[in-house]
Ligand binder design. Structure first.
Ligand code: CA
Length: 228
């Protein structure tokens, strides 16, 4: 589901935006301070669009925008500006925002801007190329790391390659031969058992209960299947 973060300290406006985001089919994450917004984005690197208010109790929205942009070139940023502050609009775009909406705004106007931004940044497709997200798992494809519920899971390169193969093929039974040739290469002449050994290690790292795995399930006499 497409995720949008709304940073706004006024609870009325925030919940009004949240209700409308949900109605438009987005998953809404909320923050009432600048720091909270930065933390939430760290926990949810797959957020596609952030909506930032400017007047906040801690860090102002422009600074939040600058910090988000410094760490993330891809995310779409919409600033909420006051109608009377012409400078705000200019400053917003100077600090790396993609768009602004002036208060008071209609829910239709805001969702139209978010939809447009999502389309421009390539929507879920562009994000999926950097991150694979399923259930509690987020894989950062660029830096080869995996998180489960926000906590990093240390994987070997082989384990990472297996996880990536799984996450690219959710719900599909993969044969042990298929896993072996995808991860170790077609010319690898070792035994299939190496697949089982690595899956066993992977389960210890990612399953809640290795005696009863729910993410990597065994397809008897064939291979394994991923689901999250
Ligand atoms: Ca405010």
């Amino acid at each position: 589901m497409k995720k949008v973060l709304i940073l706004e300290d006024e609870e009325n406006i925030r919940s009004f935006v949240v209700i409308n985001l949900k109605r438009a089919g987005y998953k809404a994450l909320e923050a009432s301070t600048g720091q909270q917004a930065l933390d939430r984005l760290k926990e949810h690197p797959d957020v596609g669009v952030a909506i930032l208010d400017i007047m906040l109790p801690d860090i102002d929205g422009f600074e939040v925008c600058r910090r988000i942009r410094a760490a993330n070139k891809q995310i779409g940023i919409i600033m909420l500006t006051a109608r009377t502050q012409e400078m705000d609009k200019i400053t917003a775009l100077m600090t790396g925002a993609d768009d602004y909406v002036t208060k008071p705004f209609s829910p239709a106007e805001l969702t139209a801007r978010i939809d447009a931004l999502y389309r421009r940044i390539g929507g879920e497709g562009a994000i999926a190329s950097d991150y694979l997200t399923q259930g509690p798992f987020v894989m950062h494809v660029r830096n080869h790391t995996l998180e489960k519920s926000g906590s990093p899971i240390r994987l070997t390169q082989v384990e990472y390659a297996i996880m990536k193969l799984f996450m690219q093929n959710p719900g599909r039974a993969l044969s042990r031969e298929e896993i072996l040739s995808a991860v170790w290469g077609k010319d690898y002449e070792g035994e299939l058992k190496i697949v089982d050994v690595n899956i066993r290690r992977l389960r210890i790292k990612i399953e809640d209960n290795t005696a009863n795995p729910v993410y990597i399930t065994t397809v008897w006499g064939y291979g394994y299947k991923w689901g999250a």
